[in-house]
Structure formats: C-alpha cells, structure tokens
Design a protein around this ligand. Structure first.
Ligand SMILES: Cc1cc2nc3c(=O)[nH]c(=O)nc-3n(C[C@H](O)[C@H](O)[C@H](O)COP(=O)(O)OP(=O)(O)OC[C@H]3O[C@@H](n4cnc5c(N)ncnc54)[C@H](O)[C@@H]3O)c2cc1C
Length: 446
C-alpha cells in the first residue's frame, strides 16, 4: 500500500477517489491495460481550477502528479501520489471563420472531428479517432494528412497549462514553454486546453488495400517504390499482421499473414485520388480486400480500421533515413506468423510537410526521417528482446524515434534519441526550470 498523502476532501472541490472509493479502479484504468496507475488520490478534473487544486495539493504533500486522458499512451505507472484524469474536461469549440478549434485536455479526436465537420473542416488527427487530441499533439502528432500539413504540434496557436508551481498560464506568452510543450510531451505542466488549426478537408480518398503476403511477397517493395513517387497530398503506411483464424475477422483475411496498405489522400477533385493510387494497384493486382473510397472525414477511422477495445500491448519505434530493401525483407521472417509472440509491424511514410520547419519553431525532432517503423505486440509477454531483434537489421538507417509510437518503457538515452541533441539539452534545462522538484511523472521523462 503506497503512503497516504493526507485527506483531500477539505482542499479539493472536484470529484475524487481513493483506493476504497467505488469507481477507483475504472477511473485509474484506460485503453492500455498493462501496469495501471496506483495513485493514493485520483482527481477527476472538470476545470483548469480543479487541475490547479490537484497540482497544489500534490506540491504541498510532497507527492507526484501524473495525468491520464484516455490511456492509449500509458507506459509509466504512478505509485502513490495524485492522478489527474481529464476525460470530463472535454469541450470542443470551433471558430469556423478563423479555422481554429479550442480543444480541452480530455477531448478525443472523434469529438474534434465531429465539431469541425459541419463547417467542412478537419483536424490533423491520426489513425485512431479514440485517441485524445491534446497528448497526441504534445507528443508531435503524426496524422492522416501528415505529409500535406505537417505534425499536429506544428499547428498549435495557444496552450493553457497549469505548470508545476500551480499557476495557470498561457504558454504562448512564454516562448520557451510554448516551444517545449509542442513536441516535448507531458514534461512541463498539465495542459488544460489548446487552440489548434483546422483544414478545409471535408472528404478524403482513403482506406486499406489488403494483400496476402505469402501470395504477394512484393507488396512492401512495391509500396516503397510508390512512396518515392507520390506528392505531399498522399500520406500512407503499411501494416503487416498475422490475422488469427477466428470469427470476427473478415473471411478474406482469416488465418493469413496480411500486408494492409493504408492510404489517405487529400483530394483536389473527383479523379486525382484514384489516379494517384493507380500505379500501386496496377503493380499489385487484385487485393484480398479493398476499402479505399472517397469518404467523409467523419469516417476517417475506417482507413486504418484499428480495434476499438482496451488491450494490453507494448511497442517500440524507430525513425529511418530510408527503407533498405534487405532490411525490409527480414520483416516476414522475424515478425511474421512464426514469431514467438504476435507482432504487428507498421511503417509510415514521412517527408513532405513533416520535413519543413513550422511557422513557430517547436521541439519536434528528426524532421529528416523518411519512414517511421513500429513493432507492436498485444498481450502481456515480455517482448523487449524480441522487438529489439526485429529492429536490429535497421540499425544503420536509424535517425531517432517517435515517443508517440513508443508504447513501452524507454531508458533515458532512448528518450534522448527522440530529439535533436541541442533540443534535448534545451528541454532538460527547461524541465529543471519549470519542474525543479520533479513533481510531474510524465510518460517519457526528459
Ligand atoms: C490505437 C492507437 C493509435 C494511435 N495512433 C497514433 C497516430 O496516428 N499518430 C500519433 O502521433 N500517435 C498515435 N498514437 C499514440 C498516441 O498519440 C499517444 O499514445 C498519446 O499520448 C495518447 O494519448 P491518450 O490520451 O490516448 O493517452 P494517455 O495515456 O492518457 O496519456 C499519455 C501521456 O500523455 C501525457 N498527458 C496526457 N494528458 C496530458 C495533459 N493534459 N497535459 C500534459 N500531459 C498530458 C501524460 O504524460 C500521459 O502519461 C496511437 C496510439 C494508439 C494506442
């Protein structure tokens, strides 16, 4: 039993829980089922003032603070201390004239998409709309229109944040804090809301082409060659996954080792989406399944069609300067159906607007990376050595890593690799300035 940090009820007006309060378990858990937080107190914030009270309470009781939104990125469990949950702080307001959304800390991308869509606008959301917009953006944010518009962190106008001293600040008034928050994750404060850019994209041409990797082994090579030819309007990825031979899986995919080519094209007109995809289709022939179509942005979750249920999982990511043909050929052997634990390998095509500096500089690193490669395993097995072995053939092409796709514990050196060396030094100095007592327990600590 972790040490008590006092009686909260006299100091906190928000709903709060301790281990003995009904609902404690549901409140501390999220999408990731591994290593749940073990807080003494949980504060369910509904306002910035609730967050301030919780931070001040933790300060006064020399205790740690962690934040949970929907728990998709959860890696570092709190043992004792105060957990702030943000799921009730979830308002989204859209200023359609200026193409801006104000998004509170706990709003999911789905909520932002639904608020923006009636105005013909869309945010820089990612593959799974159930992920929370604010933490995704703090960790850089690689979305469905990434090559067209850049990282989500490149399009943040304002940030309201409670810093570890308990003050509620407008981060944009403090250029160093504003720089660090956009890419530096949850290391500098508890963000209560952000203003982000929206884009006039009512529909996408997108979906997935599924191929049997055993019957069509050239999928990865064909996708790699195609990515070298496409304009910035095309953002795409490929996932390799052994589908179990069970009922809820579509009959076409059941029991097969599948390459899922995930395509998201920002179209100019009716024809350019199909035209841009045609060379890849022509090369690969008839897929097992084809969901690519013109779809309202509201349905953009169909592109990756990721499962919508809490799970235990671990992943490891690397950012690459190129997709080496020989390293690519090792994936089916090392991570395919014969791997000791199920592995899903996902490669996303980067470049385009991701490679360009944003209007206001931020802490996002490795803009020169051309591809992102992630290996993910569901379940509770220790996959640390397996994932390292799968990534080993890529060592000479690694330029860094993405923290958003690192859904497992990292060493200090591994966190450092997510940033440019000078930026990491700047971030550590800022962390020491804003959080000198290490009050915050962020997911990936700088
Ligand atoms: C299925 C799935 C799909 C994904 N797709 C993408 C994708 O397409 N692109 C991409 O870039 N990422 C993607 N991610 C990664 C995701 O963006 C990160 O894991 C993000 O941190 C998840 O936010 P969350 O609220 O869901 O997680 P949480 O686990 O609730 O939060 C993660 C961490 O963020 C910090 N944090 C949360 N809220 C705040 C706050 N208000 N203030 C300060 N710090 C805070 C805390 O350190 C917390 O531990 C995906 C993850 C999953 C599981």
């Amino acid at each position: 039993m972790p040490p008590s940090v006092g009686d909260m009820s006299t100091e906190i007006t928000a709903k709060h829980w301790t281990e003995n309060t009904p609902g404690y378990d549901e409140e501390r858990r999220g999408y990731q089922l591994l290593d749940p937080h073990q807080p003494v107190h949980i504060v369910g914030a509904t306002s910035p003032q609730d967050v301030q009270q919780a931070v001040r309470y933790a300060r006064e009781h020399h205790s740690k603070v962690a934040v949970k939104a929907s728990g998709h990125g959860h890696v570092t469990p709190l043992d004792g201390g105060v957990l702030i949950t943000t799921s009730r702080l979830d308002q989204v307001t859209v200023d359609s004239d200026n193409k801006i959304a104000r998004v509170e800390a706990g709003a999911t991308w789905q909520q932002v998409i639904e608020a923006a869509a009636p105005h013909g606008l869309a945010p820089l959301s990612g593959s799974f709309p159930g992920v929370t917009a604010v933490p995704y953006t703090l960790g850089s944010g690689l979305g469905l229109m990434a090559r067209r518009y850049g990282f989500a962190a490149d399009h943040v106008r304002r940030i309201e944040v409670v810093t570890p001293d308990g003050e509620l600040r407008n981060a944009e008034d403090d250029p160093e804090l504003f720089w660090a928050l956009r890419g530096g994750g949850g290391n500098f404060g508890v963000v209560t809301a952000m203003e982000i850019d929206l884009f006039p994209v009512p529909t996408l041409y997108g979906g997935s082409l599924y191929y049997d990797l055993t019957a069509t082994p050239g999928v990865l090579e064909a996708w790699r060659e195609w990515t070298a030819t496409v304009p910035d309007e095309v953002t795409s990825a490929v996932g390799m996954l052994p589908f179990p031979d069970i009922q809820p899986i579509p009959a076409e995919l059941r029991g097969k080792y599948v390459a899922q080519v995930q395509v998201s094209i920002v179209p100019h007109g009716e024809d350019d989406g199909p035209e841009l995809l045609r060379p890849l289709r022509d090369k690969l022939g008839e897929p097992l399944m084809d969901t690519v179509t013109r779809l309202p942005f509201m349905e953009s979750g169909q592109i990756f069609a990721e499962p919508d249920r809490p799970d235990a999982f671990r992943s490891r990511n690397i950012l690459l300067s190129e997709l080496d043909e020989q390293a690519l050929a090792t994936i089916p052997r090392l991570a395919g159906p014969d791997a000791p634990t199920m592995c899903v390998v996902g490669i996303r095509h980067l470049g385009g607007a991701l490679a360009r500096k944003p209007a206001i500089d931020n802490a996002v690193g490795h803009r020169d990376a051309q591809y992102s490669l992630t290996v993910l395993s569901p379940g509770e097995d220790d996959v640390h050595d397996l994932h390292r072995a799968i990534l080993a053939p890529w060592s000479e092409y690694v330029v860094g890593r993405s923290l958003n796709f690192s859904l497992g514990p990292l060493t200090e050196d591994e966190v450092r690799d997510a940033f440019e060396p000078a930026d990491y030094n700047r971030l550590t100095a800022l962390r020491a300035r804003y959080d000198p007592t290490n009050l915050l327990l962020p997911n990936h600590r700088i």
